[in-house]
Write a protein that binds this ligand. Structure first.
Ligand SMILES: NC(=O)c1ccc[n+]([C@@H]2O[C@H](COP(=O)([O-])OP(=O)(O)OC[C@H]3O[C@@H](n4cnc5c(N)ncnc54)[C@H](OP(=O)(O)O)[C@@H]3O)[C@@H](O)[C@H]2O)c1
Length: 269
């Protein structure tokens, strides 16, 4: 497993690929830079349909936080830098309300060069207080997806969608695409990512494993049970040595349904 080497020049190239001003390859790269291009370039390439990718940082025993909700240092420093690079490649970053309540995150890009994406919180019952800091940065679009009418601070967009148990993840993606977002990062927590995984909406899933054992606390990803291992998802997976953490880049596109038609199909259902 090669160690990634995300040098300034290769990251500059990846951002240029994203903005459509340069092709992915064409010059001599070191092995670590070439690995970086393979990993991030795949997310940066221009897309026609929305590209949906998720990232979760977990312990060796598959936990994403402690029982009290401390998730700050699950990922090591290189895992965190990786997450910030993913944010820089995304147009919008999506979190569930439990993460917003526990972490009060900023969702900005601070550990890499690049622009901070729009922020989206899925908050069906309007539990997120209007004081949450992610709602208060006018430099980016801030969106709350909710199933109830709740007034939000000036400048925050609300999208009201129907729910049964859940708000349909396909409708969420199609609606975000209608709002102009092409690259969508589902950042967590586990409950939220699992919804999109289960609905076959993820093109890629990044699982970043850090060498610690937490013992209890929220599980990484839990989806519907399968009876036999033959029925388990087995995505094509590439492992990368980030340094502090090991990243598993899981390609799920082959299993995704057509997102382009998903909104109508979901609304028709
Ligand atoms: N290590 C990491 O990478 C990482 C990343 C993010 C968060 N975390 C940690 O993980 C914990 C929270 O994660 P979590 O998995 O428990 O919860 P979560 O995914 O953050 O939030 C789940 C909640 O979001 C709402 N939601 C999400 N998708 C929905 C949908 N399709 N339809 C309707 N509602 C939807 C629901 O809210 P309601 O409950 O109101 O119905 C749901 O219970 C926190 O401790 C946080 O610090 C760790």
């Amino acid at each position: 497993m090669q160690r990634l080497d995300v040098t300034q020049r290769v990251w500059k190239r990846i951002l240029a690929v994203k903005s459509g001003t340069a092709p992915r390859a064409t010059e001599k790269w070191t092995q670590g830079e070439a690995q970086s291009l393979a990993l991030y370039g795949a997310l940066a390439e221009p897309q026609d349909a929305p590209m949906v990718f998720a990232q979760i940082g977990q312990s060796l025993d598959g936990r994403i936080a402690t029982e009290t909700g401390d998730a700050q240092d699950v990922s090591g420093e290189d895992g965190l830098a990786h997450l910030h690079r993913l944010r820089a490649l995304a147009d919008a970053v999506v979190i569930g309300v439990k993460t917003a309540l526990h972490d009060d995150p900023q969702l900005t890009v601070r550990l890499a060069d690049g622009h901070s994406p729009a922020r989206v919180v899925i908050d069906p019952d309007g539990r997120l207080p209007n004081t949450a800091q992610l709602l208060h940065d006018p430099s980016v679009r801030r969106i709350v997806i909710q199933a109830v009418e709740k007034e939000r601070p000036k400048g925050v967009e609300t999208i009201t969608l129907p729910r049964s148990d859940w708000i349909c993840p396909k409708v969420i993606i199609a609606t975000l695409a209608d709002h102009g977002f092409k690259r969508i990062l589902i950042e967590g927590g586990g409950i939220t990512i699992a919804q999109f995984l289960e609905a076959d909406l993820l093109d890629r899933l990044h699982i970043s494993v850090a060498p610690l054992l937490i013992g209890s606390g929220p599980q990484s990803l839990t989806t519907s049970p399968v009876g036999t291992l033959a029925a388990a998802r087995r995505p094509q997976t590439q492992a990368y040595n980030l340094g502090s953490d090991v990243l598993f880049d899981c390609l799920l596109s082959a299993q995704t349904s057509s997102i382009a038609h998903s909104k109508q199909a979901a609304l028709d259902a």
